[in-house]
Design a protein around this ligand. Structure first.
Ligand code: AGP
Length: 610
């Protein structure tokens, strides 16, 4: 997803921008560019491809102390130099970078006078021309940005410079993330904290439709109407070290190994002595939660898979009906919501536009549902929208493919299920205590799974040349199968389809032939014997079986060609353990194929377009 960084200060800005863009690489991008404010103009360089392509062409950059940079993930117009940001106006004195989509850009472009020449296929460029017109009418850059954005429909975070106003960056947001930062001598903007963490720990989270004027050593925030706003200041207490690889070959491997800690941190001090769940923020009363008669869980990708696990847990422990929706579909299908509905938004970033909009829809005056958000980024847009927030404390996740935040989400959702069970009296207190104890032991069980790393990796390397995989699971093993298949697809580009084991006979079994690889999640649980029957059906047609099976389960091992052993835990908590084997299985295949596991092609860490 696009990344923005900008700095106005006393020092040469080019290295600061390049460092910031490096820190944004994890978001996924396909071109990059910078614009530096010089005395009378804006100097600009853009390149498709990786950041190194841009770095190779900035040797002749002029000395400048104010500038903006961008990594672009293509939406409107392919990844080319002309579509890369920053975009300039006709005079070359205004430069704009943008994250998001300007939905009415065609209408806005049609309203531009004939003198304007557009040079890209992007929705963004129209902004530079609109600002140009406002400046020509005598506006300042800040007034021009405010006036233009009042006409824009869609989501955006933008930053702009004008050659005529040295030492000033004007930035704004609606729907897409943007933060500002400050030191004694410089002002900064970025779409994400790591981009400016090398410069400052003092950050300001901006709200929708706020405009920030960034100058050396100062920030001024206003609404689109120009009213002054005091932004909320926050001190960031994690450092760049935490976002580095820490000795591992890549972020993905590091983050897989951080999973026990991510789960332990998420569970830490969550359950108060009186049995209440400690949420990070809440305006919901216990009575309101007790009145909940239906739960919807919404999320995308890996977060959706964690939501699926929650469905099993909440229905079983709290005896509440749960619907689970891919967030991008939720608001388009007339779900029946009211104040007794609890909508749980699950998101690593707290910024995925699909999930964000699903959450907003749930809370809208028409629907009035209660909104609880589970996310990993403090003060994210979703967290600020919610009635209650439970932060997964997994630390920054850099690899585009989620791992540790997934396990932390499962832990948080399991806690929520137990809390709802306690409120509704569907379990005896002693049962809840026993379950909480088991949950607290989960980090140790995950450690034990990680001790099998070599076996998982070796198993993966056996299937480097396989093109098609099937992942099967039953009950709570089905979300594990889905997540295992997603990881393999994302990082190795193998085709992987996931099905509930019992569904294969209704059609997909036609694709099974000698040598087809079937990865079966076959740990012990209510449906274990049925899963074994499904494995038999695959074997009978010549499939090669890779089974995720409990340590010492010889019965299951006997049905498999390859075993990925995992330690046992409570069935409903087992996804947080079983998926570890599949993460490392996928990792080994991707590495053996020479893939960039941290930044897979076409993917973005945070998807802030619809
Ligand atoms: C996970 O490996 C993927 N990168 C992706 O599916 C991700 O889970 C999805 O885009 C949702 O992101 P979020 O959790 O930040 O909302």
């Amino acid at each position: 997803m696009c990344g923005i960084v900008g700095c106005a200060g006393p020092e040469p800005v080019l290295p600061i921008l390049l460092e910031g863009l490096t820190r944004l690489e994890y978001r996924g991008y396909d071109s990059a560019g910078i614009a530096l404010q010089t005395g009378s103009a804006v100097w600009r360089r853009r390149r498709p491809g990786k950041l190194a392509e841009l770095v190779a062409v900035v040797d002749d950059a002029p000395e400048a102390t104010t500038g903006i940079g961008h990594t672009r993930w293509a939406t409107h117009g392919g990844p080319s130099e002309s579509n890369a940001h920053p975009h300039t106006d006709c005079t070359g004195r205004v430069a704009v970078v943008h994250n998001g989509i300007i939905e009415n850009y065609l209408a806005l472009a049609a309203g531009l006078g004939p003198s304007h020449e557009r040079t890209s296929q992007t929705d963004t460029e129209v902004l530079a021309h609109l600002v140009e017109d406002e400046l020509a009418g005598g506006s300042s850059l800040a007034d021009a940005v405010r006036a233009c954005l009042a006409r824009v429909e869609g989501s955006f975070a933008i930053a702009a410079v004008n050659a005529g106003e040295p030492g000033l960056i004007v930035a704004a947001r609606r729907g897409s993330p943007l933060i500002a930062g400050r030191t004694e001598t410089s002002g900064l903007v970025a779409s994400d904290i790591p981009a400016i963490l090398g410069q400052t720990r003092e950050v300001y989270v901006l709200d929708d439709d706020q405009v920030v004027e960034v100058r050396p050593g100062s920030l001024r925030v206003t609404t689109l109407a120009g009213e002054e706003v005091t932004p909320v200041r926050r001190r960031v207490d994690w450092d760049l070290e935490a976002a580095e690889k820490g000795g591992y070959e890549d972020f993905m491997l590091k983050e897989i190994h951080e999973q026990p800690q991510a789960v332990a941190e998420t569970l830490r001090e969550r359950l108060l002595p009186d049995g209440r769940l400690h949420l990070d923020a809440t305006t919901l009363t216990e009575d309101q939660l007790r009145a909940v008669d239906k739960v919807f869980v919404v999320g995308c990708g890996t977060s959706y898979h964690a939501g699926l696990v929650a469905k099993y847990a909440i229905e079983h422990f709290a005896r509440l009906p749960v619907e689970i929706d891919v967030a991008s579909e939720f608001r388009y299908r007339d779900p029946v919501l009211d104040p007794n509905t609890l909508v749980v938004g699950v998101s690593q970033s707290g910024e995925s536009l699909d999930t964000m909009e699903a959450c907003r829809f749930a809370k809208s005056p028409t629907n009035k549902a209660r909104l609880l958000v589970i996310c990993n980024v403090v003060d994210s847009s979703m967290a600020r929208e919610a009635d209650a927030v439970l932060y997964t404390r997994a630390g920054p996740e850099v690899c585009v493919a989620s791992t540790k935040t997934h396990l932390a989400q499962i832990a948080g959702l399991e806690l929520l299920a137990l809390y709802l069970a306690q409120l509704r009296g569907t379990l005896y207190p002693l049962e809840i205590h026993a379950l909480v104890d088991t949950l607290r032991g989960l980090p140790t069980v995950i450690e034990r799974a990680l001790a099998h790393e070599d076996e998982y990796m070796e198993a993966g390397r056996r299937f480097v040349d396989v093109r098609d995989f099937f992942f099967l699971g039953r009950g709570v093993g089905f979300p594990v199968a889905l997540e295992g298949a997603l990881k393999l697809k994302e990082i190795s580009y193998a085709r992987a389809e996931a099905y509930p084991g019992g569904e294969m006979k209704h059609g997909p079994i036609a694709l099974i032939e000698p040598g087809t690889v079937v990865v079966a999640v076959a740990t012990r649980g209510r449906l274990h014997s049925k899963m074994l029957s499904n494995i038999q059906e695959m074997r009978a047609r010549g499939a090669t079986i890779v089974a995720v099976a409990n340590e010492g389960d010889d019965e299951t091992a006997a049905q498999a060609d390859v075993v990925l052993p995992v330690p046992a835990t409570h069935e409903l908590f087992s996804p947080a353990v079983d998926v570890v084997a599949l993460q490392l299985f996928a990792y080994a295949i991707a590495k053996a194929r020479g893939c960039d596991v941290d930044q897979p092609r076409n993917l973005a860490k945070t998807v802030t377009v619809e």
